[in-house]
Design a protein around this ligand. Sequence first.
Ligand SMILES: NC(=O)c1ccc[n+]([C@@H]2O[C@H](COP(=O)([O-])OP(=O)(O)OC[C@H]3O[C@@H](n4cnc5c(N)ncnc54)[C@H](OP(=O)(O)O)[C@@H]3O)[C@@H](O)[C@H]2O)c1
Length: 300
Amino acid sequence: MKIQGKVALITGASRGIGRAIALELAQQGIKRIILMARDRQKLAEVATEIEAMGTEVSILAVDLTQTIEVNIAVAQLWRNYGPIHLLVNCAGVAYQNSFLESKLPQVQEEISVNLLGMYNLTSLIARRMASQRQGTIVNVSSLMGKVAAPTMATYSATKFAILGFTQALRRELAEYNIQVKALLPSLTDTDMVRDFKLFRWVIPTTPEKVAQTFVAGLQRDSPEILVGWQSHLAVWCQRFAPWLLEQVLNIATPSAPTKQQPHELLRELTQKLSWLTKFHRVSDLFLSRNTVSLVSARKT
Ligand SMILES: NC(=O)c1ccc[n+]([C@@H]2O[C@H](COP(=O)([O-])OP(=O)(O)OC[C@H]3O[C@@H](n4cnc5c(N)ncnc54)[C@H](OP(=O)(O)O)[C@@H]3O)[C@@H](O)[C@H]2O)c1
């Protein structure tokens, strides 16, 4: 895909990988970029950077999980800025948790944003692209969409699903001259992973490196854009030596972040002991009162 003269819509563009992709596309001379995320202030800051590079830019502050709002926003976008040639589904959320301690609201948020939000926006844009008989859609999955990672069960599930969704759409939309691809970043230094317990030996890359690989991948025909040698190695291992990957994952997996540390266990134990002591004092008082009343009852 040649990006000169094209219009791109990028979700998750307020920070991290989405922001870096927007800046890289501007650098490469795309005509207009529409930045989408919830945080209007951050979107405006990215827009200022892009404008300074001579690219037309618009912002759309909307929550992807609000289907009606997204529907209205897309209709307005298409009216105001004409056809969108490139959709980059980059918005996402991730929680790291031991599965046994996972919380339903977080699970629901991951599924709503990573899957349902992407699904809804893609269907709105793809229908319009189909009537124009041109377009490119890139869904941001992850290396965790290929290699499921312990402590990231729901996130991995959403990223695997994105790959399946991409494969199906790729074949289905080809007859409308719409290309569909997946981008699979490995660990990248962004807000998303700031509080994560990292997998041993995994070296984080930068959002800028992901964005450069993304733009290079746009020019190629391959359905998946892998980022960095670690991703290539992991995917190769999974295909040809899955037993080796299993062993590596066993060693590399961090302990679940919610696992209690010894000092936390000690604090909890002390708290429980102090409650127990209080309970004993109250029951002692209660028993001694009863004893007194028994004694006085005997006397009378
Ligand atoms: N960082 C990594 O190691 C890594 C690795 C592989 C794949 N990825 C994938 O890359 C993509 C970008 O991740 P990142 O690392 O750049 O994360 P990030 O820095 O946390 O950015 C996430 C983006 O998603 C937007 N977003 C979140 N919830 C949203 C919602 N309900 N509606 C609209 N926008 C929403 C955020 O904007 P607002 O908060 O302003 O809404 C933000 O722009 C994700 O799909 C992620 O799964 C990341």
